[in-house]
Design a protein around this ligand. Structure first.
Ligand code: HPA
Length: 294
C-alpha cells in the first residue's frame, strides 16, 4: 500500500474495521457497549505510559492492524490502547511511526487517519522537542501554535483521494484555536507553566547542527523535532481538530555547546512526565465537560 494511492479510503476502512471488530469482541465479553472513541492521543517519547491509565482498555499491537508500520524506537512502544479517561472514550497510540525509520510521511501519518476514522475528531498530539528559544529550559511544556514543515516528504504527495479530504487543505487553523484556549485555561488553573510557540519538523535522525539551529531560530521556530507534522497535516486533510504539545527535553544543538543524546531526551521526558500527564488529564476533563463523552 502507498497511503496516497486511490485506495487510501479502503486502506483506512480496513484498519478501522480490524479495530472495531476487536472492540466488538471485547464488548461481547464484558456485556458493555463497544467503545466509540472521541479523542485520539498520539503519545511521544517518554509519554507512552499515559495509555496505561485508560480504563477498561483494549490493547492492539500495531502489527495486527493492516497498514500500521512497526515502531522501533527506544522509548516508544507500538501499541494502540482504547479505553476511557475522565469519562472520555479515547484511542491512544503508545509509540508513533517516524519518517526517519524509513517510512514515507504518508505511512507515518496513516495511524492518525485511522484514529480519526474511528470517530476521534479531536487529536491530542505530543512530542519531545529540542528548545530553540534560549529562554525556555529543558522541562518546559510548549503548546504548539503553528508549525514549519522541513521534512523532505509530504503525507499528501501523490494522487488525492477526494473521499478522504480535499486536494489543497487549508492550514490556517491546523492547531485549533479553541483547543489552545482550552489548554491555556487548564494549565493556568492547575498552576502548570505552559509556553506557546512554533514547532519545526526536521527529518532526523541526526539532531540538528548548530548552524541549522541558528537558521531555524531565524525562521521563527521555538522548538524542533522529528515528528508530529505528518499527523497534523492528515488531520487538517480530514477536518479533525488538533491540540499539539511539546515537551522541551533539551536545548537544541549549539545553544549550550554540550553534546545532545537520546538519554537526555528520555531523562527530561521522564522528569516532567507527571506534570505533562496532569496537563493531559486536565484537558480531557475539560473536553468531557464540553461534551466529548459517549
Ligand atoms: N532536535 C530534534 N528532535 C528532538 C530534539 C532535538 O534537539 N530533542 C528531542 N527531539
Amino acid at each position: 500500500m502507498t497511503a496516497q494511492s486511490p485506495a487510501l479510503f479502503e486502506a483506512i476502512a480496513a484498519a478501522r474495521d480490524t479495530i472495531t471488530a476487536r472492540l466488538a469482541e471485547a464488548a461481547a465479553r464484558t456485556g458493555r457497549a463497544p467503545l466509540a472513541p472521541r479523542v485520539g492521543l498520539i503519545l511521544g517519547s517518554g509519554l507512552g505510559g499515559y495509555a496505561g491509565g485508560l480504563a477498561d482498555a483494549v490493547t492492539i499491537d500495531y502489527g495486527d492492524i493492516p497498514g500500521f508500520a512497526a515502531s522501533g524506537v527506544h522509548g516508544h512502544q507500538g501499541k494502540l490502547v482504547l479505553g476511557t479517561r475522565h469519562g472520555v472514550p479515547c484511542v491512544a497510540m503508545a509509540g508513533r511511526i517516524h519518517v526517519y525509520e524509513g517510512h514515507s510521511a504518508a505511512q507515518a501519518a496513516f495511524p492518525a487517519r485511522v484514529l480519526i476514522a474511528l470517530g476521534a475528531r479531536t487529536l491530542l498530539i505530543t512530542n519531545a522537542a529540542g528548545g530553540i528559544n534560549p529562554d525556555w529550559p529543558p522541562g518546559t511544556l510548549m503548546l504548539i501554535r503553528d508549525h514549519i514543515d522541513l521534512l523532505r516528504d509530504h503525507p499528501l504527495r501523490g494522487p488525492n483521494d477526494d473521499r478522504v479530504g480535499p486536494r489543497f487543505p487549508d492550514m490556517t487553523t491546523a492547531y485549533a484555536p479553541a483547543l489552545r484556549e482550552l489548554a491555556r485555561g487548564v494549565a493556568e488553573r492547575a498552576g502548570i507553566e505552559l509556553r506557546e510557540g512554533v514547532y519545526v519538523a526536521m527529518p532526523g535522525p541526526t539532531y540538528e547542527t548548530p548552524a541549522e539551529v541558528r537558521m531555524l531560530r531565524a525562521l521563527g521556530a521555538d522548538a524542533t523535532g522529528m515528528s508530529t507534522v505528518p499527523e497534523v497535516i492528515v488531520a487538517a486533510h480530514m477536518g479533525a481538530r488538533v491540540l499539539g504539545l511539546s515537551c522541551i527535553t533539551n536545548l537544541a544543538a549549539g545553544i549550550t555547546g554540550a553534546a545532545l543524546s537520546h538519554d537526555e531526551v528520555t531523562e527530561t521526558a521522564t522528569r516532567v512526565r507527571a506534570t505533562f500527564e496532569r496537563l493531559l488529564d486536565g484537558i480531557l476533563s475539560e473536553l468531557a465537560r464540553q461534551g466529548e463523552r459517549t
